[in-house]
Design a protein around this ligand. Structure first.
Ligand SMILES: NC(=O)c1ccc[n+]([C@@H]2O[C@H](COP(=O)([O-])OP(=O)(O)OC[C@H]3O[C@@H](n4cnc5c(N)ncnc54)[C@H](OP(=O)(O)O)[C@@H]3O)[C@@H](O)[C@H]2O)c1
Length: 298
């Protein structure tokens, strides 16, 4: 394989377009997983969170690692370039092999899992391909201000992200689905501290690599989890938060009025009432018509 700059440009532009699409889709309505998933108690079309996060994030680690292994002769000089590729893989090693095994999240919708996995293949290829086959850095890149400041931001963002994910996890006992207001760490200042950390992390990576693919990925992250952070903030002040915080188990949650099967039953009853109304109106109309005909003939 060799470097095709036009391929990098095309894939980065598409990623930028996808970012704008995300922003327009999810600015008003949040993506439907976790606390924003109303169809939670329907078990069909869902995978346990642990399994889902593992499957979804694996390609982001595997694709660049495979590209790296298949590159012959290995070209990861200078040191800066090698480090940058390792940073990307390091984040996704954490996200694939550590995060899923500790998560206490809700089952994940298969449809979102499918698109998430596609995205991870796409982005893993773009970032890996660029760093392994195209990136050119001077031999003293490791001492460049962009590299050092970007690396520091990346590490800071990753630290915030991991710490905030840990704080969120500690809000629940195993099997619980309650929502509590996260406290401590950066949650004292930002309600979406885990998202804030991830955004800082990828902008740091973009500065350190000083590349179009990394900047578009950072922009994508901002457009994807920025609106979600905003919806999380609003959710925390809503009635639904209080309702969900009151239930302490799956069973209790699914028996809440308006949720799961009960919501389905309510819907069916409403549908029957509407049909009954429609039928009686039609009958009345027919009756009216036949009476009018009768009077006319008299
Ligand atoms: N780079 C990207 O484009 C991108 C995109 C998406 C996600 N991510 C990263 O992936 C990680 C997970 O994302 P996410 O969207 O699942 O984050 P999230 O909605 O904040 O949820 C994270 C975990 O914490 C639980 N949780 C959230 N709020 C809680 C509360 N108030 N009380 C108790 N538990 C709570 C969630 O449970 P429930 O599942 O039950 O809500 C879930 O298990 C984050 O670190 C994020 O930065 C990155």
């Amino acid at each position: 394989m060799q470097c095709f700059p036009s391929l990098v440009l095309a894939l980065s532009s598409l990623l930028g377009a996808l970012a704008l699409l995300q922003l327009s889709l999810y600015l008003r309505v949040p993506s439907r997983y976790g606390k924003h998933d109303e169809r939670l108690c329907r078990p069909r079309g869902r995978l346990p969170a642990r399994c889902a996060w593992f499957v979804q994030e694996l390609p982001s680690f595997l694709v660049p690692a495979l590209l790296l292994a298949l590159r012959s002769p290995p070209r990861l000089e200078p040191l800066g370039c090698r480090l940058l590729c390792c940073l990307f893989c390091w984040h996704y090693f954490y996200r694939t092999f550590i995060y899923p095994f500790f998560t206490r999240g809700r089952p994940f919708p298969l449809q979102l899992l499918f698109f998430g996995t596609l995205f991870c293949i796409y982005n893993g290829f773009l970032q890996g391909y660029y760093l392994i086959y195209c990136a050119e850095y001077p031999s003293d890149w490791c001492t460049d201000i962009r590299f050092t400041s970007g690396l520091l931001l990346f590490l800071l963002g990753m630290g915030i992200n991991i710490h905030s994910d840990l704080l969120l996890r500690q809000l629940r006992k195993p099997g619980e689905v309650t929502y509590k207001i996260p406290q401590g760490g950066l949650f004292t200042y930002v309600s979406g501290a885990n998202y804030f950390g991830e955004i800082v992390e990828w902008f740091g990576f973009a500065i350190a690599t000083w590349s179009l693919p990394a900047f578009t990925f950072a922009f994508f992250t901002l457009c994807c989890i920025g609106p979600r952070a905003y919806h999380h903030h609003r959710y925390q002040n809503s009635n639904c938060f209080l309702q969900c915080a009151a239930s302490c188990s799956w069973d209790a949650f699914c028996k809440m009025p308006g949720r799961g099967r009960e919501a389905g039953l309510e819907y069916k009853v409403k549908l029957k009432i509407i049909m009954l109304y429609t039928r009686s109106i039609l009958t009345c109309l027919q009756l009216g018509e036949s009476t009018a005909v009768h009077w006319k003939s008299c």
